[in-house]
Design a protein. Structure first.
Ligand SMILES: [Zn+2]
Length: 330
């Protein structure tokens, strides 16, 4: 998943609402809310990009939807209640039809327009191409995981401590591997550098806030809202770290080489040990991927990184015999 922040050249343009549906081989591309010639250009560009990245595993990928708002489309398909007017560029989701998993890519309309090659703005096109590459890498990763644990992906529900640590470990892995696989289409001084700077500023801005929130939670354990806030902050930090590690490992560079300031900030923060653990564990998981993965316990040590970071911040996750989660705040 990537967010719509920096690439937004068409934000003020409006187009007539005409829907177009095109099929490329087994891939159906549905373009909503765009005039026909733009829709055809986007579909042609996507066809070209899919040919460039043909070496990725794109089985089960049979639909692209291009629309004004990615979350609205997800809500329709998944019957979820995600916020409207989202700033998400693109998202890969799965659906189950007649016991079979299908993979879909939903693209924001404004982002999809940047996939049309534009000689005048090579920079914008290259950025869009990298984002698209990242999403196709998610599809590649989904296919590998579906091959290994399809049944568990459909039925597994985590409980107790695992309900906090495992879903996050799964997200961290998928963003890590998507950036690792797609790192060849970015330069160290663009997306990777921005990701390093983002992690550094999150650690600075959230560091103090997290301490205060944890103190509030300590004095009133019924403040579930405060815990949810802490959980969100921790998830953001770990996810950004996973993105960054994907780039570093994919480009085979150290954080010091990319951004020594970010390295210094991590080193001085309470995230330092968790960062080192994630670095090691993601490398080990990648070394085993995909053929030596056999079940969801592959995420166990990465999930432990989350447990460890909570503990480092003063919250010990615990569960009772009936797998109900509780906390000890130090
Ligand atoms: Zn992603």
């Amino acid at each position: 998943m990537l967010l719509l922040n920096s690439i937004n050249p068409y934000a003020k343009n409006t187009y007539n609402c005409v829907g177009v549906c095109m099929t490329i081989k087994y891939l159906n591309i549905k373009v909503k809310d765009l005039e026909e010639n733009k829709s055809i250009s986007i579909s042609d560009s996507i066809k070209h990009l899919i040919e460039i990245f043909h070496f990725l595993d794109l089985r089960r990928f049979d639909q692209i939807i291009i629309s004004n708002d990615v979350n609205i489309e997800i809500n329709k398909i998944k019957k979820s209640k995600l916020n409207k007017n989202s700033s998400i560029y693109a998202k890969v989701i799965t659906t189950i039809i007649k016991d079979k998993i299908h993979i879909l890519l939903i693209l924001n309309k404004i982002f999809a327009l940047t996939l049309i090659k534009n000689e005048k703005d090579e920079f914008m096109y290259k950025n869009a191409l990298h984002v698209f590459h990242h999403e196709l890498a998610h599809i590649h990763d989904y296919n590998k995981k579906i091959d290994i644990f399809e049944k568990q992906m459909i039925s597994e529900r985590y409980s107790g401590m695992q309900a906090i640590t495992f879903p996050l470990a799964e997200i961290c892995w998928s963003e890590y591997i998507a950036n690792y696989v797609s790192s060849s289409s970015t330069k160290a001084n663009s997306f990777p550098l921005v990701t390093a700077q983002t992690l550094a500023s999150l650690l600075i801005s959230m560091g103090k806030e997290l301490k205060i929130k944890i103190m509030v939670f300590k004095s009133n354990k019924d403040r579930k809202d405060v815990f949810d806030d802490v959980k969100k902050d921790i998830e953001k930090i770990l996810k950004t770290a996973a993105y960054l590690l994907g780039y570093l490992h994919g480009l085979n560079i150290t954080l010091g080489e990319l951004c020594d300031k970010a390295e210094y900030i991590i080193d001085k923060s309470s995230f330092k040990d968790t960062w080192a653990m994630m670095n090691d564990e993601l490398s080990i998981m990648r070394g085993l991927y995909p053929y030596a993965w056999d079940n969801l316990s592959i995420y166990k040590k990465l999930a432990n990184c989350t447990f460890f970071y909570y503990k480092r911040l003063g919250i010990i996750l615990k569960e009772n015999e009936s797998k109900e989660l509780y906390f000890v705040v130090m």
